[in-house]
Design a protein around this ligand. Structure first.
Ligand code: ADP
Ligand code: MG
Length: 369
């Protein structure tokens, strides 16, 4: 299985950098999701890995071998491109079979594999049609089938679910995960959607403006981001981010939610900070304990198994999630006494955006300065 290393990859178009100094190891047989806003360089990085574009700087290693100068054909990577161009003059079956035909896979095997993938992606009745007779979602599924059926040990899916409706995306995410357990290969999966990223990822790479800003196991990137921008970009619903002022020597950070006791990382110091608090780390206060504050419910959005509650507290609007069962007790305009989970707020230096520590709310009588 392939271990991929990006080493100092840069790419410029007419002097404008699209990628800068990308260093990354992709573990063999893993599923790595590349997440970032549109234009952050995800597709360019994938095209460089496939060999459709040459980097302006750096190199790519596969199992220690420099593959930077190999042609796309020599690299043999399965690819579902973002614009899933199908050949208009071929049937859907032939489109899907095409990469395997190029690879010389025997006809009987091609037929059975196309059939299996078509079943999984629910496009079997469409195999004899032309792409022009397919809906957008159907074309996308045909392109996914074509990309994953190639004999390869690296597969790239570049935003494969973009534009599909929510239900279809959900079921395709499940299908892709199942398929992934059956194919022992390295998957690189691109999406601009944080929810899709968190649903699919084992490893997560966060990109922003041509830079790789965070990479690691998905739980680490989500719960322990080292960069404010990563906390902002990876989260659904969005992370609460509040300005704060850190005063030494007690390491007390003053925010709109009150004082937070910061546990600073070694050597960290800052005055101007930003504090990130995940929606699930803000919760209704238990009736028998003093709340940190009492806000007012301004909006409730039901997402199925949970609801997003927007709470106004002074000038700040907090985003928090509660279980769908609890929504019966939450109405617009209701008071919302809340707590913050100790240790959950992450404190970043405002200017650099680097993490400097974690914080806990200072409750009456617990302040230690
Ligand atoms: P995304 O993260 O949405 O996939 P891309 O990788 O497609 O972003 O693009 C990253 C940046 O590179 C964008 O600013 C885009 O305009 C630029 N770019 C991509 N391809 C080209 C090209 N062939 N010529 C000029 N600029 C390009
Ligand atoms: Mg793209």
């Amino acid at each position: 299985m392939s271990h991929i290393r990006f080493e100092g990859i840069g790419k410029s178009y007419r002097g404008r950098p699209a990628l800068e100094m990308i260093n990354l190891d992709v573990e063999p047989s893993s599923l790595t999701v590349f997440c970032g806003p549109p234009g952050s360089g995800k597709s360019v990085l994938m095209r460089i890995l496939i060999g459709l574009e040459a980097p302006s700087a750096g190199r790519i290693l596969s199992n220690g071998q420099d593959i930077t100068r190999l042609t796309a054909a020599e690299r043999s990577i399965g690819y579902v491109p973002q614009s899933f161009a199908l050949f208009p003059h071929m049937s859907v079956f032939d489109n899907i079979a095409y990469p395997m035909m190029l690879q010389g896979v025997p006809r009987a095997e091609i037929t059975s594999r196309v059939d299996q993938a078509a079943e999984m992606l629910r496009i079997r009745p469409l195999l004899s049609k032309r792409p022009s007779q397919l809906s957008g979602g159907e074309k996308q599924r045909a392109a996914i089938a074509r990309g994953i059926l190639k004999n390869a040990d690296i597969f790239i899916l570049d935003d494969p679910l973009v534009g599909l409706d929510f239900k279809l995306r959900e079921s395709l995410m499940e299908d892709l995960k199942d398929m992934r357990t059956e194919i022992d290969a390295t998957f690189l999966y691109v999406t601009a959607d944080p929810l899709e990223a968190l649903t699919m990822a084992e490893h997560l790479v966060v990109m922003d403006q041509g830079h790789l800003i965070e990479a690691g196991p998905v739980d680490t990137v989500y719960y322990d981001p080292t960069r404010l921008r990563a906390a902002e970009l990876v989260g659904f619903p969005r992370c609460n981010i509040l300005p704060g002022r850190l005063d030494m020597p007690g390491a007390i950070c003053t925010t709109a939610l009150g004082a937070l006791q910061v546990s600073l990382q070694d050597g960290a110091a800052a005055t101007e900070t930003m504090v990130a608090i995940r929606p699930e780390d803000i919760a209704p206060a238990a009736s028998d304990s003093a709340p940190l504050g009492v806000g007012e419910v301004t909006l409730v959005e039901n997402l199925g198994s949970e609801a997003v509650v927007y709470v106004r507290f002074g000038e700040t609007t907090l985003v928090t999630t509660i279980s769908a069962g609890a929504t019966a007790h939450v109405d617009l305009g209701d008071p919302f006494p809340f707590m913050i989970r100790p240790g959950a707020p992450i404190v970043f230096e405002r200017e650099s955006g680097w993490r400097i520590g974690r914080a806990s709310p200072v409750l009456a009588g617990t302040r230690n300065d």
